[in-house]
Write a protein that binds this ligand. Structure first.
Ligand SMILES: [Zn+2]
Length: 682
């Protein structure tokens, strides 16, 4: 490979005559493609009928790619079982909450607990490894595709059996299960594990403990299938790194647990150009993925060159936006940017999904952008090994996400992603780099912790967070935190449970506000901002009240309370402060000041992230706006993209990108510090 940055996409040659393959290879070389994912949905071509295999075409494709020096990310085809499989083994099809069985005709129509599916999936993966696993073009193993994307939960009898075994392993006795799920409520007490079902359709609210454990179990069930594939692939070629493509903030799978199993973490990211926050949310997606396994590299496995076709109304990316958003991933530490897919399909459900090579072929303006980016990445050597370092972490866990959105919540419109975005977006706009962290992981390298609504927190997780504050960290902790334990059972006393040392007031009750309602917040200096969505109703204790609710029936209730704890401090936010309120908090915390780049008239600010190597800081500057923007740099440097020296400022054209190299010894970039232990791989 010519570059250490991966560039390419999904390649589906089985959709085309062999005559097209040679043109594909020729154009891939022109575009600087160095890695293609092959075989993702090829089960019906590799095993046309049960136990009759055809690997001739795949071998031919691998040979062509190998001869051209294009690496292969070889995928297992298990995300789309062929029609013979579901016809012969209908119990391999998943079942919905009402008991209706899914049909063949799309993809991901399998029950991961079905013994037939598991046996046949294992067989095709083994055969793939046996037939072509030793091919020299293979650079990466790609297990399955987007686990749990369309059918995250199956409610069939196979699932019921596996769920009972999982519960028996977790709880040991049926009494322990009854206690964990609080089954004394509504006469739900079990006398035997055999009485437990998946959370199928019920007359009204289901048992929250059952729901929470079904999320945990379902994530584990998919992970077990992944591990079955991993074992086969790694046995065949232990030297080849293995991944499966994640989907960023995908609720169904606990990616912190999954990422531990990856040699390389990969993600699929499809920001919606119609959403004004999509660029910032895309950055948040990448910061999460970078943080899932802090000792593994990561890549974008899929994005689109322009438009998808599976939303209601699909806006294209603007000219230059594909390149700018690719650099967003690279700026945030990615070691590769790939796309779905290489050549736009003529037929099938995604034929109007854009591709590197569109229906118009090389005449499409997308092609020029693809070739330009490929050339730039081939020359990416200077910054390819550098890393992103963050001194701030946002605390996030999947069990909290699952529990906080339970249908028994006081506000069903409390969405975890809204909570994250509320705290993250202002930091994005001030170029403060944020990692994500699991509440139980070592936090010693982070100066500031952002904790949006950590509703479910275990005693151990809370102790870990509190201990970081005690030793000098700063926490910003929002309402509806420290409410329940790992079983979704309430910590009694004023709310906050084991996080109470960080909450300098007593949270006595909660009051979700009516949709669109706001309250005034008065600060100690008499100035006012607003807040909305939610109020924790509080009484003063030992913290310093920085602001109070100043309107409505709850006026006077402390809304922002600062607590000194050990050598650190914690800001407790009892309501969803507006942008100005959040600015006041973030301005007070050195790690969160960032390098403010005021937004232009179109609302877009220039995105700025620093990747560091031992000798250099690489200041990535990405202008997502539709007009030129002047930016102030961390200091004089050298733009590795344009090959020009720059003084302390430059102008970026619309959707323009610069990567300014600074000598580390001469001028460390603002807001960055040297090598924290928790710094992320880049
Ligand atoms: Zn099932």
């Amino acid at each position: 490979m010519t570059s250490s940055i991966f560039y390419g996409g999904d390649y589906n040659p089985e959709q085309w005559e062999p005559a097209v393959w040679r043109e594909d290879i020729w154009l891939m070389r022109e575009a600087g493609v160095n890695l293609v994912t092959v075989g993702v949905f090829s089960w019906a071509h590799l095993e046309p009928t049960e136990s009759n295999f055809d690997f001739g075409w795949l071998r031919q494709v691998l040979d062509l790619l190998g001869e051209a020096g294009i690496g292969v990310d070889l995928a297992t085809p298990t995300a789309a079982p062929p029609p013979w499989l579901t016809t012969r083994y209908p119990d391999a099809l998943p079942v919905d909450q009402r008991g209706a069985r899914y049909s063949h005709g799309s993809r991901q129509h399998f029950c991961v607990c079905s013994p037939s599916y598991r046996r046949l999936a294992s067989a095709i993966v083994q055969r793939l490894a046996d037939e072509v696993g030793d091919h020299q073009a293979i650079r990466m193993w790609h297990a399955h595709n987007e686990y749990a994307c369309h059918v995250p939960y199956c409610y069939c009898d196979h699932h019921a059996v596996q769920f009972r075994s999982w519960l028996q392993r977790r709880y040991g006795t049926v009494d322990a299960l009854n206690n964990a799920w609080g089954t004394s409520f509504w006469s739900q007490r079990f006398s035997d594990f055999g009485e437990v079902t998946p959370p199928r359709m019920t007359p009204t609210l289901p048992n929250p403990g059952q729901l929470l454990d079904y999320h945990r179990f379902s994530s584990d069930a998919f992970l077990e299938e992944f591990q079955q594939e991993k074992e086969v692939l790694k046995r065949a070629r232990p030297d080849v790194p293995l991944t499966t493509n994640f989907m960023g903030f995908h609720k169904a799978l606990d990616y912190f647990a999954w990422a531990r199993e990856m040699d390389l973490v990969s993600t699929d990211n499809y920001p919606d150009p119609a959403d004004p926050d999509s660029t910032a949310l895309s950055a948040m997606h990448y910061d999460l993925v970078r943080s899932l396994n802090k000792s593994a590299p990561w890549i974008v496995m899929e994005q689109t060159t322009s438009r998808v076709n599976w939303r209601e109304h699909n806006l294209p990316k603007a000219p230059g936006q594909m390149r700018a958003l690719s650099y967003q991933a690279l700026a945030r530490g990615a070691t590769g940017v790939l796309f779905f897919q290489w050549r736009a399909s003529r037929a099938g459900a995604e034929k109007f999904h854009s591709a590197l090579l569109s229906h118009a072929g090389t005449a499409s303006p997308i092609w020029d952008e693809v070739v330009t980016l490929g050339k730039e990445l081939t020359a990416a050597e200077p910054w390819a090994g550098s890393r992103v370092r963050a001194s701030t972490a946002m605390i996030f866990s999947w069990p909290n996400w699952w529990a906080i959105e339970s249908p028994s919540s006081p506000a069903h419109d409390l969405r975890m992603l809204d909570q994250l975005a509320w705290m993250y977006l202002p930091l994005y706009h001030r170029s403060a780099t944020v990692d994500f962290a699991h509440p139980a992981e070592p936090l010693g390298s982070y100066d500031a912790l952002l904790i949006p609504s950590l509703y479910l927190v275990t005693e151990e997780e809370a102790a870990n967070i509190v201990s970081r504050v005690e030793t000098g960290g700063t926490a910003i902790l929002s309402y509806w935190s420290g409410i329940v334990d790992q079983h979704d059972q309430v910590y009694l006393g004023p709310y906050g449970g084991p996080l109470r040392p960080l909450i300098g007031c007593d949270v006595l009750d909660v009051a979700p506000l009516a949709a669109g309602d706001t309250v005034e917040v008065e600060w100690a200096d008499g100035t006012r901002t607003t807040a909305g969505f939610w109020l924790d109703l509080t009484a003063e204790r030992d913290g310093e009240v920085l602001a109070r609710i100043a309107s409505g029936p709850w006026a006077g209730s402390p809304a922002v309370v600062l607590t000194r704890y050990g050598t650190g401090s914690a800001y407790y936010l009892g309501t969803r402060l507006d942008g100005e309120g959040m600015r006041r908090i973030y301005d007070a915390v050195p790690a969160l000041r960032g390098a403010v780049s005021p937004a232009g008239p179109d609302g877009e600010s220039v995105e700025r992230v620093v990747r560091s190597s031992p000798r250099h800081d690489f200041e990535f500057l990405i202008n997502h706006a539709d007009s030129d923007r002047k930016v102030t740099l961390a200091g004089p440097g050298y733009d590795v993209l344009s090959g020009q020296r720059t003084d302390g400022a430059m102008t970026l054209g619309r959707r323009g990108v610069a990567i300014v190299r600074h000598e580390r010894s001469a001028r460390p970039a603002a807001g960055e510090r040297d090598a924290p232990a928790g710094g992320s791989q880049g």
